[in-house]
Design a protein around this ligand. Structure first.
Ligand code: MLT
Ligand code: MN
Ligand code: ZN
Length: 301
């Protein structure tokens, strides 16, 4: 299985257009301390030709243009994108769907609750369907159980429910299937866990990560009050359903014993101090054996 990180930042990207935090300032300059990053998306492929997008970010056009495999190749019109899986209805994971409107047809996998959000509350899917032939395939996590196979994907894949809530723009009460993670199995038997929005690491998620070869894990925030302290927002990490990296219950402390798993932070918010190559937080992450995803990162399983 081929894995390609298309975008490694959280919502807003790095630099975020209106943000003057130290990381965004550094990413805008050429001081080399903070590498720019686009918004959260990954592509996976069994054969290196037909690719499955895991989330569709607002930066998708730029991401496709930076990765020839997703373009038309020698065809007059065409794409290497075979299908798209969307793990939640957040804007950074779903706005890019509209950028695929020039497709002839598009195969989309979501849970029923994400489909409902993207149909009724933010009608991305009806809009898209007016331009291209949209085929929705359900991931059956909707109170029916904590996990479900993702059928006909072309890669062995299990989706699993994660605690979380619908996006800020949604008025709905939380429902199972609002946020999922994915476990993909390569022909070699090696497994990739993709979980860009993790509110908590319960025993079930811990075991899944422990059984993976590589985990791409929510690295949104270093600390709970990071946005508030920088004057960049009013909500804490916990309120945004992102488990911070630091602290005694943070992802670093919880997973540091898993030294056989390649742990890679993804969906990293522009305020996160690990993004600065000379920060003590970056040193702490690296000393614990964790990596940071970067745009264009390739992994082979
Ligand atoms: C999230 O990951 O929590 C959201 O993308 C936040 C946002 O709306 O930027
Ligand atoms: Mn996000
Ligand atoms: Zn910023």
């Amino acid at each position: 299985m081929f894995v390609r990180v298309l975008g490694s930042a959280a919502g807003g990207g790095l630099p975020q257009w209106n943000c003057g935090c130290p990381n965004c300032r550094s990413a805008r300059s050429d001081d080399g301390r903070v590498v720019p990053r686009t918004q959260s998306s990954v592509a996976v492929s069994a054969d290196g030709e037909r690719w499955i997008l895991l989330n569709a970010s607002p930066d998708l056009r730029q991401q496709i243009n930076a990765f020839d495999d997703l373009g038309p190749g020698a065809r007059s019109r065409g794409t290497g994108i075979a299908s798209v899986v969307v793990t939640d209805a957040e804007l950074d994971h779903s706005l890019g769907l509209l950028l695929l409107r020039e497709s002839d047809s598009l195969v989309l996998y979501t849970t029923p609750s994400v489909r409902a959000t993207l149909t009724e509350e933010h009608p991305v899917l009806p809009t898209l369907d007016a331009f291209c032939d949209l085929e929705w395939r359900p991931i059956e996590i909707d109170g029916n159980g904590p996990e479900a196979p993702v059928e006909r994907l072309g890669i062995e894949c299990t989706a699993f429910a994660l605690p979380g809530d619908p996006p800020l723009y949604s008025g709905r009460a939380p429902a199972p299937g609002d946020v999922i993670g994915l476990e993909l199995e390569a022909e070699s038997g090696q497994r990739l866990v993709y979980a860009p929005a993790v509110a908590a690491i319960d025993d079930r998620l811990y075991e899944r990560i422990a059984g993976s070869t590589v985990t791409l894990l929510d690295g949104t925030f270093w600390s709970n009050d990071e946005m508030i302290e920088l004057g960049a927002g009013t909500r804490s990490a916990v309120e945004m359903h992102h488990l911070p990296i630091s602290g005694s219950e943070g992802s670093l402390a919880r997973l540091t014993a898993l030294d056989r798993v390649r742990l890679v932070f993804i969906h990293i918010n522009n305020t996160n101090p690990i993004l600065a190559e000379d920060s003590r937080e970056r040193r702490a992450v690296e000393a614990a054996g964790f990596e940071l995803a970067h745009d264009g990162m390739s992994i082979r399983l």
